[in-house]
Design a protein around this ligand. Structure first.
Ligand SMILES: Cc1ncc(COP(=O)(O)O)c(C=O)c1O
Length: 397
């Protein structure tokens, strides 16, 4: 196999084990897999109804409970991407004509609003400018204006790297008697979340981000209140595959057949979550805090302007505006010459924004090395002035 130039030699020097054909993925998901997880992906195919997969699946659900800190609610794991988590929450909770409220401060909030519209909700939103965190006061005022059934909150919007004050937002929903759904796709495994204490009705995540599994599995935690709401709906849930009530009994007996799970992905996710457990949630959150701090301090040193407002910058992904609007050139050079992949902004921000994903199995040393390389590329392409802080007035968008 012919390998493109890759990050392997640098990463190996930094003590992280990568394979020859690995690029260093500093995109906000999917992320690099550990050798153990890769091995599982390449392992034997198991029948999904056999006893071996049955016990591995049960363990996977137990591990999902561990990472969500979910002892009180229902825990569901099934095949699909994060979008299946979004859509299954909407379709399972929202009936035609229900009034829902979506908090938007980035692309994924917008997608959630769209899904509410697709499924016939009278879908309102609170639109915050990109980079601004959702405001609990604005939520409270809006909840007083109309009778909403469900509110949708994005924990970390990956498009802007804003982390929202989820606890306060969920509290406002609870006070107003409104169900709350939290999209924690870019958060769980990287930043603190405690499902039982949070009190949200649905929280979901996907396998390929801070938990460092391959893409393809979605995990949903649901409160007893959410389950009762689904059971008491007058209209049936208008989905077969994305009906969370149908998945609930499968978690107790995975031999029951609803749809064939992506067995390899589920087994790899189990391995990734075993590694998470070995590290421990607190240590993992602390490592991610450090990864966030390192990235933010370098972005500041380069004089670039953060997309997310201060105090609401996530520890899993960092976005900044590129003053020369040459994000594509920087991204391309970094990948081609150094085997390091970072992401650009979404849609109209493609050239104006860079996003660095820093989660999963990434170590602080590997991140530091990659940021040195990014700095060098940005200097070569005139995006930062000689490593010294450039005037912030120049880098307004
Ligand atoms: C916050 C958030 N929600 C939902 C999604 C959708 O997940 P997927 O692309 O796995 O369908 C993503 C994907 O990046 C995300 O970052």
């Amino acid at each position: 196999m012919v390998h493109e130039r890759c990050f392997y030699p640098v990463a190996a020097r930094m003590g992280q084990v990568f394979q020859m054909d690995d690029k260093l993925l500093l995109i906000p998901g999917p992320t690099n897999l550990s050798p153990r997880v890769r091995e599982v992906m390449a392992g034997p195919q198991l029948p999904h109804v056999g006893s071996q997969f049955y016990s591995l699946f049960k363990e996977t659900v137990a591990l999902a409970r561990y990472v969500f800190r979910n002892e009180k609610g229902v825990q569901i794991v099934f095949t699909g991407s994060g979008t299946v988590g979004m859509e299954s929450s909407v379709v399972s909770l929202v009936a035609h004509g229900d009034r829902t409220l979506t908090l938007m401060n980035g692309y994924f909030g917008h997608r959630m609003l769209m899904l509410n519209q697709v499924h016939g909700a009278r879908a309102d939103s609170i639109d915050h400018p990109i980079g601004e965190a959702a405001d609990p006061d604005a939520l409270r005022h809006q909840l007083q204006k109309n009778k909403y059934s469900v509110a949708f909150i994005t924990h970390i919007d990956t498009s802007s790297s804003v982390i929202n004050p989820v606890k306060e937002l969920v509290e406002e929903c609870q006070k107003a008697g409104v169900l709350s759904v939290v999209d924690s796709v870019c958060a769980i495994g990287g930043v603190p979340l405690d499902f039982d204490k949070l009190g949200a009705d649905i929280v979901f995540t996907a396998s390929q981000k801070a938990l460092a599994g391959p893409p393809g599995a979605v995990m949903v935690a649901a409160s007893q209140r959410a389950i009762e709401h689904m059971e008491k709906r007058k209209e049936p849930i208008e989905s077969y595959y994305m009906n969370l009530l149908k998945w609930k009994p499968i978690m107790d007996d995975p031999r029951m057949y609803l749809a064939t799970p992506a067995t390899q992905v589920i087994m790899a996710l189990r391995e990734a979550m075993l590694e998470v457990k070995e590290e421990g949630m607190e240590s993992r959150w602390a490592r991610h805090r450090k990864l966030g701090e390192i990235t933010r301090s370098r972005v500041e040193e380069w004089g670039q302007r953060f997309v997310a407002e201060e105090g609401h910058r996530a520890d899993t992904v960092t976005s900044f505006w590129v003053q020369k609007e040459n994000a594509g050139e920087i991204q391309g050079t970094l990948e081609k010459e150094h085997g390091i992949m970072i992401a650009r902004g979404i849609y109209e921000d493609r050239d104006k924004m860079l996003r660095i994903g820093h989660f999963g199995i990434l170590t602080t040393d590997t991140l530091r090395g990659a940021l040195d390389t990014l700095e060098q590329v940005m200097k070569e392409l005139g995006a930062v002035a000689g490593g010294v802080k450039v005037a912030t007035s120049d880098n307004k968008r």
